[in-house]
Ligand binder design. Structure first.
Ligand code: GLN
Length: 473
């Protein structure tokens, strides 16, 4: 049996050899090995859980004691948090203060788009992440570092966050499985906030089985997050091998009774042929497992882009006001007075995309535009959520693409923010509605780049989503 120290050293060596991908922003091998030794001690006393001693990489948006927590921004360069995010402590070493820790070993912090704003990981202040399948291509974003780390074997599994697709899309671009749970399932405490009503954390791994294990340990009720659900989630692994219909014998097809809805708006203009073909092939395979395919409609799909890109910047402009050069991180060297200090610190500390979002957010919240943009977007958000409920009257799970195409070449879209925003069309609506949604690999395009399919479920059905993906895999 391999020890956690050996396993951790193996991954640390791979991280050092895999620097080209730029997947990690901070490592601390000494501390990782201390944690691994603690995990081995726990294992020796028989107090180990399933995840004890398994290494993990955390997206740099989770504050983590012992590592820097920068959210890939110059604003938080060298920032060290005095406490752990709930996700980090739920997964980390148990101690007196934290008896519930799963005992996983932190390998380091992964690169991301600055403050999780982006779809390609090119908005990091510390350089883009390269896609391990082909280093001329983006890894996806914003959790691109986590995706590349797992895809390149620099971590067995990783955490990510998803405000509008940031777990699902990089998972798809790097050939991984990732799940964004229902809003409220995982605590946001210690997760550097982007758009609080949309942000959710989740696992990114090699299989639905791995994700089920990790999500079970990540989920908890947390009194420090007022939107945290009252219950602590479930053991999501127990769903994986059940027949879909309760009471069906094991000889029946495993997904007999499952109705899969394919929204016609997800297969309309804009979707690449190769992705469409691959998702349809996945639907065929699921049919073979006993599922029935039905057509459903999500009529406001196109509006999810303007709605999201009003609401997310609005919340971001408020959340990011705390970075003022006084309390956290970066402060300009020279300034005349307090106002000048705010101005210079924020001008120098934030990257271009973050500034764009702050400007958009401030604009749509300002007197005179609030009703026309912010309020209107909130109303359509409600309609988008209601449309899902209509669709779920005719199906149990929704199947579609994760993104219109596979990973693109580095630099291809970074000069045109609107181009980049359009790439989020299929992922945004699950966040706007607060629904669980996941991405699972379903093939490759002609250039050998991975293609992902998306499964969206009704509230709190993450176990069922993982079950469908597991049966498919
Ligand atoms: N691409 C989207 C954005 O830039 C979503 C990012 C995310 O989910 N964090 O806002």
């Amino acid at each position: 049996q391999v020890s956690s120290v050996e396993l951790t050293q193996y991954f640390l060596d791979r991280i050092a050899a895999g620097e080209v991908f730029n997947a990690y922003l901070d490592v601390n091998p000494d501390l990782s090995l201390v944690q691994a030794a603690q995990a081995d001690a726990l294992r020796a006393t028989g107090k180990a859980g399933k995840l004890t001693g398994i290494p993990i990489a955390h997206k740099d948006v989770f504050v983590t004691r012992g590592w820097k927590s920068t959210a890939a921004s110059k604003m938080l360069e060298n920032y060290q948090s005095p406490f752990d995010a709930t996700v980090v402590s739920n997964l980390g070493m148990p101690d007196e203060a934290n008896s519930h820790g799963a005992g996983m070993v932190c390998l380091g912090k992964t690169n991301m788009d600055e403050f999780a704003m982006g779809s390609s990981n090119e908005n990091s202040a510390y350089g883009p992440v390269l896609n391990p399948w082909n280093t001329d291509y983006v890894a996806g974003g914003s959790s691109g570092g986590s995706a590349a780390a797992v895809a390149a074997g620099l971590a067995p599994i990783a955490t990510g966050t998803d405000t509008g697709g940031s777990i699902r899309q990089p998972a798809a671009f790097c050939g991984l499985t990732g799940i964004k749970p229902s809003y409220g399932r995982v605590s946001r405490y210690g997760m550097i906030a982007y758009a609080s009503s949309l942000d959710q954390a989740g696992p990114m791994g090699k299989s639905a089985e791995d994700c089920a294990l990790l999500l079970s340990a990540m989920s908890s009720h947390d009194p420090r997050d007022s939107t945290s659900l009252a219950d602590s989630g479930e053991d999501y692994s127990r769903y994986l091998n059940q027949p879909w219909r309760e009471g069906n014998s094991n000889s029946a097809k495993p997904l007999e009774g499952l109705r899969i809805g394919m929204p016609k708006e997800f297969f309309a203009e804009g979707l690449s042929e190769e992705v469409a073909k691959s998702v349809h092939a996945a639907a065929k395979l699921l049919e073979g497992l006993g599922a029935q395919i039905v057509e459903v409609s999500l009529p406001k799909t196109k509006l999810s882009i303007p709605v999201y890109y009003v609401l997310a910047p609005a919340e971001a402009s408020s959340n990011l006001s705390r970075f003022d050069g006084v309390r956290y991180g970066y402060r300009a060297n020279e300034y005349r007075d307090l106002n000048d200090m705010y101005k210079k610190s924020r001008t120098e500390g934030f990257g271009a995309e973050v500034k764009r979002r702050i400007l958009i957010g401030t604009y749509v919240l300002s007197h005179g535009y609030y009703d026309a943009y912010y309020l209107q977007a909130q109303k359509i958000r409600r309609i988008i959520a209601a449309d899902f409920q209509t669709a779920f009257q005719n199906c149990d799970v929704i199947l579609g693409p994760v993104a219109p195409d596979v990973a693109w070449r580095l630099g291809d879209k970074s000069k045109d923010p609107l181009q980049m925003y359009l790439e989020d069309i299929y992922t945004l609506s699950a966040n706007l509605a607060g629904l669980p949604a996941m991405s699972a690999p379903c093939g490759f395009n002609s250039k050998n780049l991975p293609i992902g399919m998306q499964l969206i479920g009704n509230y709190f059905s993450e176990g069922k989503l993982l079950q469908v993906a597991h049966q498919y895999q």
